[in-house]
Design a protein around this ligand. Structure first.
Ligand code: UFG
Length: 340
């Protein structure tokens, strides 16, 4: 099969590109490289350096091949940033998705997998695993932007015949177990890489946001899912879109508190993590844990790296092998193909 992957130079996108290539599929990447890395695109994979806000350039790429499906990862994805700059988030994520989806419908693409988010379920504090049927109450403009896109996909299906799977990711972390890709956000704001870097002495002590949440130890609880398991969910969702659109929550169903993440990094590394208490971060729900039984039942998805240690171990291995992240990697062999 032949797939177009937007945001394929980013964290989850690049790991999904690897999973597609490993599965024997043909892949091209569309990315504006604003947060993604050229070096995260495997050598030999065509990279279209295109901004999805550019409708004509986007349409040219979507119309350039007969795609069996499109996977849409490209987006701004930081809850905290979206609380500071809501209109930028809403505009950027909504308009870029709208351009892509309109082109997909125009060119007769039949399947699209969309990176949605657990942030759809922000709302008031939920202290139970969240099923797909839970009410959508985004607690941040980021979550809201993703919910709006899910609605666009509803109409793209109803009127345009584009079937989709919305995968509502919980907290993606870890790195390719074969060491081919890893996590390198700039700036980095995610708990697992920041905790590892604090432990390695590459950053100041970790600031732990909030210690008075209604959870077992007062810190927030999240459902960490290994990025390779998340990538596998995309392949399964693609296979499952067959005449109907889908929405799945994607997580392990296991909640770990922020303090438990610190403890896991200390266990795996054998070293202390320097950290200090800090005020709550705006937009952070107390607990986000997936009820992913629908995904498991309908697609047979079974996470291979469900435990926090495996997630931390692979993330740490990549970080130790790439202390400067992708910056020191250079461009892969044959990735430069630009439109627009
Ligand atoms: N945290 C800290 N200190 C830090 C960074 C994070 O205490 O320096 C805490 C946060 O406050 C939160 C937890 O660690 O309680 C996890 O925060 P992350 O920033 O790692 O992840 P988020 O839960 O905010 O968001 C991530 C993705 C979103 C996605 C969400 C779904 O970035 O895109 O998971 O659960 F929507």
């Amino acid at each position: 099969m032949r797939y177009l992957v937007t945001g394929g130079a980013g964290f989850v996108g690049s790991h999904t590109v690897l999973a597609l290539l490993d599965g024997g599929h043909e892949v091209e990447v569309l990315d504006n490289l604003s947060t993604g890395h050229r070096a995260a695109v495997p050598g030999g994979t065509k990279l279209h350096v295109v901004d999805l806000l550019d409708r004509d350039a986007t349409d040219a790429v979507v119309g350039s091949r007969a795609w069996d499906g499109v996977l849409h990862f490209a987006a701004l994805s930081l809850v905290g940033d979206s609380m500071r700059d809501p209109f930028h988030y809403l505009r950027q994520n909504y308009l870029t998705a709208l351009n892509l989806i309109q082109s997909c419908v125009g060119h007769g693409v039949r399947k699209l997998v969309f990176s949605s988010t657990a942030a759809l379920f922000g709302g008031p504090d939920r202290l139970e695993p969240i099923p797909e049927t839970a009410p959508l109450l985004p607690g941040s403009p980021y979550g809201e932007s993703k919910m709006l896109i899910e609605r666009v996909l509803h109409w793209a299906d109803a009127i345009g015949g584009l079937r989709s799977a919305c995968l509502r990711y919980f907290n993606a972390a870890g790195a390719d177990p074969q060491g081919r890709a890893g996590e390198d956000h700039r700036p980095e704001t995610h708990l697992v890489p920041l905790t590892i870097d604090a432990m390695l002495g590459r950053r100041p002590p970790l600031r732990l946001f909030g210690d008075d949440y209604p959870t077992r130890d007062g810190s927030c609880i999240r459902d960490y899912i290994h990025v390779t398991d998340l990538a596998d969910a995309h392949l399964r969702a693609l296979a499952q879109i067959d005449g109907r659109s889908l929405a799945y929550n994607v997580g392990n169903g296991l909640g770990y508190s922020n303090l438990e993440v610190i403890a896991a990094v200390e266990r795996v590394s054998g070293r202390k993590v320097p950290w200090e208490p800090a005020p709550r971060r705006d937009g952070d729900p107390a607990m986000l844990v997936a009820d992913a039984t629908t995904l498991r039942r309908e697609t047979g998805w079974t996470p291979a790296y469900a435990d926090l240690e495996s997630i931390v171990r692979t993330a740490l291995a990549w970080r130790e092998a790439h202390p400067e992240g992708y910056a020191a990697c250079g461009a892969p062999a044959e990735a430069g193909f630009a439109i627009g």
